[in-house]
Design a protein around this ligand. Structure first.
Ligand code: OAD
Length: 336
């Protein structure tokens, strides 16, 4: 079992409201400033009055649909020949829709990447203790590297499917969303999921890192050619120890920074929608995150053709393949 890390992340400070105004102080006259202050005051009051009354809906900002409530207000006007641009961005924390999306191997299954526990899953034919533990690597690093190089190649040749694209769309259009993926492939990223909204909690297969020190790199671009050249066991340029794939193995702790990102997001408040797709939810922390995020009447939606330990807690079960169910679900979430 992977260890869930017990250390708690530092408290995250969240301000419910952020107001930012941009104004040209070096060219503005006193009259401009006064007018600016008055207008700003009136606009802020109007926003304040409206903010709790308005429903979160799909609105169009700068040509991009957004599923946040109306929270961006731009006022432009001219004063005395000078253009004074007042930009007030009012962020209404109380009506932003919050999402947590958790994905597993099932989401990449339709891109041709095998799952772990399904009928053709890796762990059906391979003993994880022989390939995915620090002990296995110490015993036979060449065998472990061979397996990871094969998987890298397979992933490079795969394409994102409808599930990845739907999640990427939701992530792009939501202001408050975190995608936690257990997948070490890069298909969410290639489908367009923004990096700052995504946590690869089990690592990244394209990272090569030192088994002893902090040295490492991400070598997706090097491609198969480099993989072949590296067929010799790669060694650390800093300390000479063996390099290893940058994934989490059984018996290892989850990566600290990624874990902190998850904790910070959960501490900011409950989510309105928690979508868990394509995972057996084998690990306690996956269930824990899903339940914590949906704790105050949030919807917990499971997308999986099969039952999992999380199914009993779900408020909506979509017993379908992720590439079929997710595009429809995301459309509903965006359109509502
Ligand atoms: P699993 O292989 O355990 O589970 C895959 C899940 O996806 C199963 O519940 C399937 O029913 C479901 N599934 C299969 N095809 C699907 C499809 N087309 N659409 C939707 N769901 C589908 O994979 P994970 O739960 O991701 O860890 O496994 C978790 C971790 O265990 C992995 O990250 C890996 C493994 O050991 C590491 O390598 C560190």
């Amino acid at each position: 079992m992977l260890d869930a890390v017990a250390r708690s992340a530092p408290k995250f400070l969240k301000s419910q409201w952020h107001h930012r105004s941009s104004y040209a102080p070096d060219t503005a006259t006193d009259g401009d400033r006064k007018e600016h202050d008055n207008a700003k005051h009136q606009t802020e009051r109007a926003l304040h009055d409206r903010r709790r009354d308005e429903h979160c809906d799909s609105s169009d900002h700068a040509g991009q649909r957004s599923i946040n409530c109306p929270q961006q207000h731009f006022l432009n006007w001219r004063t005395g020949g000078q253009q004074v641009i007042l930009e007030i961005v009012a962020l209404c924390g109380s009506c932003v829709v919050r999402f947590l999306v958790i994905t597993g191997a099932g989401v990449s299954a339709e891109s041709g990447i095998p799952t772990f526990r399904g009928k053709d899953g890796y762990w059906r034919n391979i003993d994880p203790a022989k390939l995915a533990t620090p002990e296995a690597f110490a015993r036979d690093p060449r065998l472990v590297w061979e397996w990871y190089r094969e998987r890298r190649l397979q992933i490079r040749n795969a394409q994102p499917n409808g599930a990845h694209r739907a999640i990427a769309k939701l992530a792009q259009q939501s202001r408050d969303l975190l995608l936690i993926t257990q997948n070490v492939d890069d298909l969410h990223a290639r489908a367009g999921a923004p990096a700052e909204k995504m946590v690869q909690i089990h690592g990244d297969i394209f990272v090569t890192r030192c088994s002893r020190c902090e040295f490492g790199w991400r070598d997706y671009a090097q491609g198969q050619e480099q993989e072949n050249r590296d067929a010799q066991l790669p060694r650390c340029a800093e300390c000479g120890a063996l390099m290893r794939p940058g994934v989490v193995w059984f018996g290892e702790q989850l990566p600290w920074n990624e874990l902190q990102q998850v904790e910070s997001y959960l501490q900011q408040g409950p989510c309105d929608y928690v979508v868990v797709a394509g995972t057996t939810a084998t690990f306690g922390y996956v269930i824990d995150w899903a339940l914590r995020a949906s704790r105050s009447s949030g919807e917990l939606i499971e997308v999986n053709p099969e039952e999992t330990p999380l199914s009993q807690f779900a408020t909506r079960l979509l017993r379908e393949r992720a590439a079929v169910a997710l595009p429809r679900l995301v459309k509903q979430l965006i359109d509502q």
